[in-house]
Design a protein around this ligand. Structure first.
Ligand code: GLN
Length: 538
């Protein structure tokens, strides 16, 4: 190992959903605020090679990085907190690890040896752990191990962590264990037993955690902290309380109060460069918590019963709201609820409508109906990916009078205004899936998008198969829906805007993926501003 990066592992115990990703991102944020270079990586113990094929109902949103990796939604938190880009190396699943090992086995790289979980799978895990550190770009690599200790599927990861700890020693690596301290109402007591058991499981696997981060509804009294320290072999000041927070963006501040960052630096024998500079973060929190305005926007989508399916959109509204000193109430609307008869009632009182990305047919006519309503009633509209495609279909049908559709929804449509391009068909036949990752887009001066970004060349992330069909471009533009952003190489349409409408913008890409606390996405900022304006105009 040539690099000097230090490795911090975050494991979880007792139950899932304790927020390992947020704790990891908060620690990273605090270290970054001290001037260190930090990145976070997540290991997911499932067998899918990536979450691209997972149903959002099951796993929440699929987060796409600049290099086109389809990843876990925790990477979104990492980017939102750190304002640093992630990549495929930041998210590795068991499926990918096995796939790499089996591919090597097939090409004879193991020279006839029996290929086994230990050492071959664990070596491949370790190779992936060290990959980011060896780039020389980072002081700290935080590796989040998905799932709970004790799960069968996380065993090889836990074993790899044990080996890394052994190889690197305690000055270069440490383990933070995130656990739950339940409060029993009837007994009026916080209980440490589940944590003791989960630390025992870690010890059985050969890992002594250095720091315990304890999720709790109640403050942890000293005697509980002492008990945890004694039974789990950690220093008293390494028992960190993680109280439930009003917003995930409070967590770095809470972790700072509990001195998580100081404990980490002390254990890793690392001199702090400076006290963390959190001014901008605190300014954001101040705006977030003291809004002077309020707007209600509708998010029309297919997976509205599971808000994690649109995580990045929800967070982008939080960032853009704070920027506008405005509380954004997001009303989640199932597109299946919307028909010609119900649309006025369902969208009543909303100051703006966002039509969400998605795949497949269900609820599509509802999305189109919602778009007709906001176009005709001059309500701010923001269409993302499928939302933009629906806007093109709606316009072609109701303004141009074409019997139009997207070939994703009706392969036999007379007017395929949204269609799969020949290039994409070739990729799909080859087993590739989608147009993924960052592409360049040129914006027309004078457009709302250009005004929002304040520049002509932008790079945004994609995840789709279908495109605006340029055969209809002239006809659609003439009638007033303008293509104001295009890809300079392929001429594919990236942004459409409606003339004579206060704010009607559809984008083929996913702006929500690049919104961060310190850099709220300009289109979300402007959409919230337009919604506020709409509300003021009554
Ligand atoms: N289903 C559409 C396509 O594949 C839109 C995808 C999306 O909204 N992410 O082109």
């Amino acid at each position: 190992m040539s690099s000097t990066a230090k490795y911090i592992f975050v494991t979880g115990g007792v139950t899932s959903s304790l927020g390992k990703g947020i704790i990891a991102a908060s620690l990273a944020q605090l270290l970054q605020a001290r001037g260190f270079k930090v990145t976070i990586q997540k290991f997911d113990p499932y067998l899918n090679i990536d979450p691209g094929t997972l149903n959002p109902y099951e796993h929440g949103e699929c987060y796409v990085t600049d290099d086109g990796a389809e990843t876990d939604l925790d990477l979104g938190h990492y980017e939102r907190f750190l304002n640093v880009r992630t990549s495929q190396a930041n998210n590795v699943t068991t499926g990918r690890i096995y796939n790499n090992v089996i591919t090597k086995e097939r090409s004879g790289e193991y020279l006839g040896k029996t290929v086994q979980v230990i050492p071959h799978i664990t070596d491949e895990i370790k190779r992936n752990i060290f990959l980011l550190g060896e780039s020389g770009e980072y002081d700290f690599i935080i590796t989040e191990i998905g799932g709970c200790v004790g799960d069968i599927e996380s065993l090889p990861f836990i074993e790899a962590v044990r080996q890394v700890r052994w190889e690197l020693g305690s000055n270069s690596s440490l383990v933070i264990h995130l656990t739950l301290i339940p409060y029993l109402k009837a007994a009026k007591e916080l209980k440490t037993k589940p944590t003791q058991h989960s630390v025992k499981e870690l010890l059985e696997a050969g890992i002594q955690p250095d720091i315990l981060v304890c999720r709790t509804e109640m403050p942890l009294p000293l005697e509980i902290r002492k008990k945890l320290a004694l039974f789990c072999n950690v220093h008293l000041n390494s028992v960190i309380e993680a109280m439930d927070a009003d917003t995930i963006y409070d967590v770095p501040i809470l972790m700072r109060k509990e001195k998580l960052d100081e404990r980490v630096l002390a254990k890793l024998k690392e001199q702090s460069k400076a006290e963390p500079v959190l001014d901008q973060w605190k300014a954001f929190l101040g705006k977030l918590k003291n809004p002077v305005n309020e707007v209600s926007v509708g998010l029309v989508g297919k997976y509205v019963s599971l808000p994690d399916a649109y995580k990045s959109i929800a967070e982008a509204f939080v960032h853009a709201g704070a920027q506008n000193d405005c509380k954004v109430n997001v009303k989640w609307i199932s597109s299946e609820e919307i028909t010609k008869e119900t649309v006025t009632h369902v969208l009543n009182g909303l100051d703006g409508i966002l039509v969400a990305p998605g795949f497949g047919e269900r609820g599509l006519e509802g999305k189109i109906e919602a778009i007709r309503y906001v176009r005709e009633n001059k309500i701010p509209f923001f269409g993302i990916c499928l939302g933009m495609q629906c806007a093109v279909v709606e316009f072609s049908r109701n303004v141009l009078g074409l019997d139009a559709s997207s070939t994703e929804l009706n392969p036999k449509t007379k007017h395929p205004v949204i269609d799969m391009m020949e290039e994409q068909k070739k990729i799909t036949i080859k087993g590739g899936t989608m147009r993924l990752g960052a592409y360049t887009c040129k914006l027309k001066k004078g457009s709302k998008a250009h005004h929002a970004y304040g520049e002509s060349t932008i790079h945004e992330r994609h995840r789709h198969r279908y495109e605006f069909n340029n055969k209809y471009l002239e006809q659609i533009e003439e009638a007033g829906l303008k293509a104001v952003g295009t890809n300079p190489e392929s001429s594919l349409v990236e942004v459409v805007e409606l003339k004579d409408h206060p704010w009607f913008v559809g984008v083929q890409y996913h702006p929500e993926l690049k919104s961060t606390v310190l850099n709220p996405h300009p289109l979300f900022v402007k959409f919230v501003e337009a919604s506020l304006q709409h509300k003021r105009n009554g």
